[in-house]
Design a protein around this ligand. Structure first.
Ligand code: 2M8
Length: 419
């Protein structure tokens, strides 16, 4: 155990470490036992933050397992499948993606064909900074993989041409059923499929359309019906691009292309996603050609940008602390505007508080020396865990736990917050 902790914090630390130990498969960490039996991309990044304090050797193995799934295009898939045992059935499994049939997909491992928020370079940097030097050796093989991951986003996903990466599926956002996706998703033809009904048919239809087009970038650019630019994804992309420049220095490579890329993403976030009249960032629907009016927690994540202008930071913090978000929630930060019609305190990404979005906002608050907000988020996250355990998500009013139990990222991020 690393940091100096109070007795109560020590108990929390040990409980979090036990969750990570129990969810460790020998090669990676499952997000939650039973519910999610494979490896998810941004879960692994959050888990890496926690493992770096608890088991740095496992943090390295976790990343190497994930990057085994990387495609020749540079795409780092959002799921790397680890088991085919029927008792671990998860839908959609490898049969939906058929990655083995694709020439750019890796051999010997099955994967999805979507991205997730690219937090990995930022986590790799923190792993190296936290380590005694062992991670430097690990950086050699990892650095080119991170560069390829970012190059894929810049080359194949800048569909709007303005410097941001586009999402082609709600699953790529990490906030699957966020109210922000309701309108662009409603425009997708579900093609009569009946898997689980409703949005699920559209989720599957989006994948089968991509698959039928061989996951080609030209199809995504010209024909795919769901294309959005998301402030959370792109803020994480920007933070990781800054980290990539620092990693380049450590790896003896040229940091300048990454600095230039960061400058481009920083400008594009402000030019394309900042809504001055609303005082927040919003997602842009490229097919409808407009900003999506829903205000969600994703709109605050650009606080991770250290160069965000002071008036923008002020507008964001005012809204974050208002009764629409933290001001009315006993356990901030809810995923959706409490005053929105779409808000639902118990429904997944439509209202509850999550440890991982809290961590992103905590990181953003620290980047701007917003000590009060950082403390508020740290305190809320610790209270949630103390009261309800390491759950998947929490009711923002009474803090009761919802969804999966023994959730890896809730445990891992608590370790990082305590450390
Ligand atoms: C959830 O997403 C998966 C699909 O990728 C699902 O709904 O089955 C989301 O919360 C996502 O952000 C997360 O990475 C994944 C595993 O924790 O679960």
């Amino acid at each position: 155990m690393g940091p100096r902790l109070t007795g109560d914090e020590t108990a929390l630390w040990l409980a979090a470490a036990r969750v990570l130990d129990a969810n460790w498969t020998g090669a990676a960490t499952v997000p939650s036992p039973g519910l999610y039996p494979h490896q998810w991309s941004w879960d692994s990044a959050f888990i890496g933050l926690g493992l770096a304090h608890h088991r740095p050797d496992r943090a390295r193995t976790e990343f190497l397992s994930l990057f085994r799934g990387q495609w020749a295009t540079g795409l780092l898939p959002h799921i790397v499948f680890h088991t085919t045992e029927p008792r671990h059935a998860y839908f959609p499994g490898p049969e939906l993606w058929r990655s083995s049939a694709h020439p750019a997909a890796p051999r010997g491992v099955q994967t999805s064909a979507l991205a997730q928020p690219p937090l990995h370079a930022l986590v790799a940097l923190r792993m190296v900074q936290a380590s005694d030097g062992a991670d430097r050796a690990f950086l050699g093989p990892l650095y080119p993989c991170l560069v390829a991951q970012h190059a894929y986003l810049a080359r194949d996903r800048d569909i709007g041409g303005g410097g941001l990466a586009s999402l082609c599926h709600p699953w790529e956002s990490g906030l699957d059923d966020s109210p922000a996706w309701d309108t662009p998703l409603a425009a997708v033809d579900p093609r009569g499929r009946t898997y689980n009904g409703g949005d699920h048919d559209r989720y599957v239809a989006l994948v089968t359309g991509m698959r039928a087009a061989g996951y080609r970038a030209e199809y995504l650019r010209d024909e795919h019906p769901f294309v959005v630019e998301d402030p959370l994804f792109n803020a994480v992309y920007l933070a990781s691009t800054h980290a990539l420049a620092e990693l380049a220095d450590l790896a003896g490579a040229d940091p300048r292309p990454h600095r230039e890329a960061a400058e481009r993403i920083h400008r594009a976030l402000l030019d394309r996603l900042w809504d001055e009249s609303a005082g927040c960032f919003r997602a842009r629907d490229l097919r409808a050609g407009r900003l999506i009016p829903e205000t969600t927690v994703a709109g605050f994540v650009p606080l991770m940008d250290p160069e965000l202008p002071a008036p923008v930071v002020r507008a964001l913090t005012d809204l974050l602390l208002s009764p629409r978000f933290a001001g009315a929630a006993g356990y901030p930060v809810p995923t959706c505007d409490i005053q929105s019609e779409a808000f639902d305190r118990g429904a997944y990404w439509r209202g509850p508080t999550w440890a991982n979005t809290n961590w992103l906002l905590w990181f953003g608050a620290c980047a701007h020396d917003l000590g009060g907000i950082a403390d508020l988020i740290f305190g809320s996250t610790a209270r949630l865990v103390r009261q309800s355990g390491f759950r998947e998500f929490y009711d923002p009013f009474d803090g009761s736990g919802r969804g999966g139990h023994d959730y890896s990222w809730s445990a891992a991020l608590l370790l990082d917050l305590l450390a």
